[in-house]
Design a protein around this ligand. Structure first.
Ligand SMILES: [Zn+2]
Length: 288
């Protein structure tokens, strides 16, 4: 039986990324050329050609500026979900600010998509040991699932040793939230990220395909794939930043769209909400 995997997009612009946050201050975002609309439309076009639906985790800041974008995503039959409001790392925020921002983002998206928003993904997967409290707040304000925990080691994110396939988390306040962790594959003693984004651009496509097939066929698990609209835009303006940041952001941008099209041909995909429902982790009532 073919396993259906979760296809996800984190809808943000190139100047929102954590890699450039030292160079580009939040107050100056408006001064940069915006490319998120054009790039998101291109992704919608590719998905429509392939007749595939996915989940779009939209940044509240983007939704507020481009309301028609969320309406188009929803009109195309994709799931709209929440990527927070201001793309700040959660472990650098106070619970109070995180709560206010997330409620604001959820309500903007629900207004625009005219539907209940049940899924959340943190900026740069920043739910870690230091910010586990965020799961309590997410459950409390009505999110049914989260997809922010990366069970690996990284300088910005990661919770090594946590489960690698979808599971229920009991928040401290007694509520439950479903977690769809970012996909990793065990290699020696290390969980290697194979979920998309920079890793998808870094590894040759055949390596990614082999790893993801292994997860579907040998481990009998669905994987989550993520991409950002700016990853299929090799012509985006170049930002002066440190070497590591520039490598992470610009590596193989020109190869990404072609690889994505191959991936869509090679695997079966659905919105994350539907994959979780198929696993029995979400009920119909959960999605409002
Ligand atoms: Zn992001």
């Amino acid at each position: 039986m073919t396993i259906t995997n979760a296809l996800t997009v984190d809808v943000e612009d190139y100047y929102h990324v954590t890699a450039f946050s030292k160079t580009i201050k939040k107050e100056n975002w408006c001064n940069y050329e915006s490319r998120v609309e054009k790039n998101t439309y291109r992704l919608l076009e590719i998905y429509s050609e392939k007749k595939i639906k996915g989940t779009f985790f939209v940044l509240g800041w983007v939704a507020k500026k481009y309301p028609h974008l969320v309406r188009e995503i929803a009109a195309d039959g994709h799931e709209v979900a929440c990527h927070g409001y201001s793309h700040q790392l959660i472990y650098n925020q106070t619970p109070k600010i995180f709560r206010e921002e997330t409620i604001a983002a959820k309500s903007i998206l629900e207004d625009q998509a005219q539907t209940f928003i049940c899924g959340y993904r943190a900026a740069s997967y920043s739910i870690t040991k230091r910010s586990e409290w965020a799961l309590d707040i997410l459950a409390e304000i009505g999110f049914v699932y989260d997809s922010s925990i990366f069970p690996t080691h990284h300088d910005l994110y990661g919770m090594p040793g946590t489960p690698i396939s979808p599971y229920d988390i009991s928040a401290q306040n007694g509520r439950t939230i479903v977690e769809f962790p970012l996909t990793t594959l065990k290699l020696a003693n290390y969980q290697v990220p194979v979920a998309g984004g920079g890793y998808f651009r870094l590894y040759p496509y055949l390596i990614t395909r082999t790893a993801l097939r292994y997860i579907n066929v040998k481990e009998n698990n669905p994987f989550v794939f993520y991409i950002h609209p700016w990853e299929i835009d090799p012509k985006q303006p170049r930002i002066k930043a440190g070497l590591t940041s520039r490598f992470r952001h610009y590596n193989n941008l020109d190869k990404c769209e072609k690889r994505l099209i191959r991936l869509l041909d090679d695997f079966s995909f659905s919105p994350m909400r539907d994959v979780l429902a198929g696993l029995g982790l979400m009920k119909k009532d959960d999605v409002g």
